[in-house]
Each structure stands twice: as structure tokens, then as C-alpha cells.
Design a binder for this molecule. Structure first.
Ligand SMILES: Cc1cc2nc3c(=O)[nH]c(=O)nc-3n(C[C@H](O)[C@H](O)[C@H](O)COP(=O)(O)O)c2cc1C
Length: 401
């Protein structure tokens, strides 16, 4: 426990130190200490994507089609998947004229830490079918890009090294079966020096992801990669995703009582991921939750829940500024992030874009995705007359009827 605290303090110092350096250089453009040469821009494949969207075809070309479907797919009719993107088109930016924007500061405070920019990497299971040692590769990219990574676990050495900016560990509640399992989970994270516990509330069952069902995708392949033989055949899956199974679980699924128990057991911040309604946001406050991530699991769980950007305003209103509200789901553009910040989000998460970067180029791909998105955000902030995050007020956007 004590060593865990030490590690956490080391992490905090590293993080704050990093921010201070960034602060001296004015963050924004200046953070790119090693700006690539024109020659590199013209020839380096990593530098060809014009935006993070351009990584998807590159990833698709490299990935096994079954892994690609697992990555991009949503659940059932994929209505929420489309809504996650469509939601942004209904929000209009109202740029401010004649503001001095010669320096742009993306830094933001989240749960007592200063982040260099308001973008974080969402948890994503199954990374090994996109890249070998996927979780550690992403963790190293996150550390190098000074970006928060919500990890699915298995990066103990990196967390303990204290070299990262901050890592939060996600759980879907399997660790919450009994008070003993909650205690063991909490102790492990505290000892490691993890920065927070992120609890995903929207996956008490795995949804029907029909691409996976048709592909007879076995979730175990997320850990091993798709095991094709020399002839390119996939062996018979042991546990393929399939339709027609009646949902039931052997033990009770977590409830608000579980969150309260968890709260009583640790000083670590607790962040609930998957909140989509004001009523639940209020229950978060009552249960002593430290932060919320408005999320529909990348439209991979319940379908027809709308785009997350549509749910953001009610959640922000419900918490009345008492805890930070973050959001993920379909964020691909600097303007998407700008809109969410204007609607009251503190930070924005991405998953598929950095997984495309991972699949296409490994660690440098993840880092490049972060660079492109944060610089696009900085540019859009400059164009909108908002040189820092505090300048992004609610009046910066209006919502079309
Ligand atoms: C391949 C993949 C695996 C995911 N695994 C998890 C997971 O294990 N736990 C979790 O809370 N969310 C998981 N998510 C959801 C993301 O954390 C995030 O909520 C969502 O994907 C963000 O939307 P975006 O992919 O459009 O950026 C996963 C998403 C993808 C694409």
C-alpha cells in the first residue's frame, strides 16, 4: 500500500512536471519538440494521413477481416453507431471574432491532475488481435504522448514504473462479486499506483454484435490474435459469439450498493463509464462517485440509445459542476471535441481511432493519432476564437432543431 502511494506520488510529480514544461513552451504548437522535416512529410507513411479518419483504411488493409469487424462493429442494427457521428452534425459552432489566439493552451484539470490536453484513450479489450502485446504498446504510446490511458489491465510494470502520465484501470464489475473480491481488486490497484478506478456500467451482458456472430468470432481471439493456419483457415472456435442464448448470470450483477461499498473501501477516484441519463448522474453524486464518462460503449452495447453527444447536456445539467463529466463515442474531429467541451464535458475519449493507429503502425501510430487530434483541436480552437479551454463556453454552440 505504502509503495503504491509512493508510486502514485511519483506519477503525480512526473505528470505535473510534464505539464510545467509544456506550460513554459506555451503548449499548443510548441509541444512538438521534434517537428518532422518536409522530406519526412513527403515520404514517411506514418505522416501521410491527413486526419485520424485516414488511419481506418490503413488498419483495414493490415488486419484480419474478423479482427477488423470486431474493431469497427456496433450492436444489432448499428443505429447508435451512426448516431454517435450524426449527433455532431446537429451542433453548430458560433465562432468568436477578433480574439488573440497566437498561443493556444489545451491543458485542463481533471480530478486534481493537470492534463496537457482534454483527450484520453478509452479502454478497449482484445487489443492483441490488432497488434502483438497491444495493451502494453498502447500504454507506452500514452506515456510518450502524456495522455491518460484507461487500461484493461496487464500493464503492471508500466504503471509501477511511474513513468506514465496516469493510468486508470477499467473493470466491468467481474471484480465486484463479493466484498472480498472488491477489496482484493482495490488493493491491487492501490499497490500498483493506479490513478483511478473506472467502472463500466453498460456491459452486464455482451450485446449481439452481429458481425461477430456471423463471423463465429471467439472473444478469446482478442487475446491471442486470429489463429489462422498456413492455408489461411480459422480453426473451429471454442466459444463463438452466437444468437439465441437466453441472458442470465450466475451471480447478482453490480448495483448502486456495490458502488457505495467500493466508495467506502478506497480513496482512489471512482469514475463510472456508461452513464446516459440525468437520473443516474444524480445517483452518481449520491454514491460519492468522482467522475462520469457519458458513453454508449462505442455503440457496442444496447442499440438505439442515441449518440452520446445528445445525452451529454442532461448529464452535465444534473451534476451541476460537482464532478467532472467526460464523454466518448464517435469523436473523430477537433470540432467534435470543441462541441463537447462547449456542452460542458471536461475531457473526451477515443477508442477506435487509436486502435486503427495501433493496427496500422503500432506505437507510433497511436502517438500520431493523438498528435493529429490534439493539433486539430488546437487549430479549431484558434479558428473559433477560444485560445484556452476556459474560453470554450456554452454559448460557443447552438443545437439545430
Ligand atoms: C475493440 C473495442 C473494445 C472495447 N472494449 C471495451 C472494454 O473492454 N471496456 C469498456 O469499458 N469499453 C470498451 N470499449 C468501448 C470504448 O471504451 C469506448 O467507450 C468507445 O469505443 C468510444 O467510442 P469510439 O470507439 O467511437 O471512439 C471498446 C471499444 C472497442 C472499439
Amino acid at each position: 500500500m505504502r509503495s503504491g502511494r509512493r508510486t502514485a506520488l511519483r506519477q503525480l510529480a512526473a505528470w505535473v512536471g510534464g505539464s510545467a514544461i509544456a506550460g513554459r513552451s506555451g503548449i499548443g504548437w510548441a509541444y512538438q519538440a521534434s517537428e518532422p522535416s518536409i522530406e519526412q512529410y513527403l515520404t514517411d507513411p506514418l505522416l501521410q494521413p491527413a486526419s485520424i479518419m485516414d488511419f481506418e483504411p490503413l488498419a483495414k488493409a493490415k488486419l484480419d477481416p474478423l479482427a477488423y469487424d470486431y474493431l469497427v462493429g456496433g450492436s444489432e442494427d448499428e443505429v447508435s453507431l451512426r448516431d454517435n457521428r450524426a449527433g455532431f452534425d446537429r451542433i453548430i459552432i458560433r465562432p468568436k471574432a477578433l480574439i488573440d489566439v497566437h498561443k493556444i493552451d489545451l491543458s485542463v484539470e481533471v480530478l486534481g491532475l493537470r492534463w496537457e490536453h482534454p483527450i484520453f484513450l478509452c479502454p478497449a479489450g482484445g487489443k492483441n488481435c490488432f497488434h502483438q502485446d497491444g495493451e502494453n504498446t498502447v500504454a507506452r504510446a500514452a506515456a510518450s504522448a502524456k495522455t491518460l490511458h484507461i487500461t484493461n489491465g496487464g500493464i503492471q510494470k508500466l504503471v509501477e514504473s511511474g513513468k506514465g502520465p496516469a493510468w486508470w484501470q477499467v473493470t466491468t464489475g467481474g471484480d465486484f462479486r463479493t466484498p472480498q473480491t472488491i477489496r482484493a481488486f482495490v488493493k491491487r490497484l492501490e499497490d500498483q499506483g493506479c490513478g483511478a478506478i473506472c467502472f463500466t456500467t453498460d456491459i452486464m451482458y455482451v450485446s449481439h454484435r452481429e458481425r461477430n456472430i456471423r463471423n463465429k468470432f471467439d472473444r478469446a481471439w482478442g487475446e491471442t490474435g486470429i489463429p489462422r493456419d498456413a492455408q489461411g483457415r480459422v480453426p473451429q472456435p471454442r466459444n463463438p459469439e452466437r444468437a439465441g442464448l437466453y441472458p442470465s448470470r450466475p451471480t447478482a450483477t453490480p448495483t448502486w450498493d456495490t458502488v457505495r461499498e467500493l466508495r467506502a473501501m478506497t480513496q482512489l477516484p471512482i469514475v463510472l463509464k456508461g452513464i446516459l441519463r440525468a437520473e443516474d448522474a444524480k445517483l452518481c453524486l449520491e454514491a460519492g462517485v468522482s467522475g462520469i464518462i457519458v458513453s454508449n460503449h462505442g455503440a457496442r452495447q444496447l442499440d438505439h440509445v442515441g449518440g452520446t453527444i445528445e445525452a451529454l447536456p442532461e448529464v452535465v445539467a444534473a451534476v451541476e459542476g460537482k464532478i467532472p463529466v467526460m464523454i466518448d463515442g464517435g469523436f473523430r474531429r477537433g470540432t467534435d471535441i470543441l462541441k463537447a467541451l462547449a456542452l460542458g464535458a471536461r475531457a473526451v475519449g477515443i477508442a477506435r481511432p487509436y486502435l486503427f493507429g495501433l493496427a496500422a503502425f503500432g506505437q507510433p501510430g497511436v502517438e500520431r493519432v493523438i498528435t493529429l487530434l490534439r493539433t486539430e483541436l488546437a487549430l479549431d480552437m484558434g479558428l473559433a476564437g477560444t485560445p484556452n479551454i476556459a474560453a470554450i463556453e456554452r454559448s460557443l454552440v447552438r443545437i439545430r432543431n
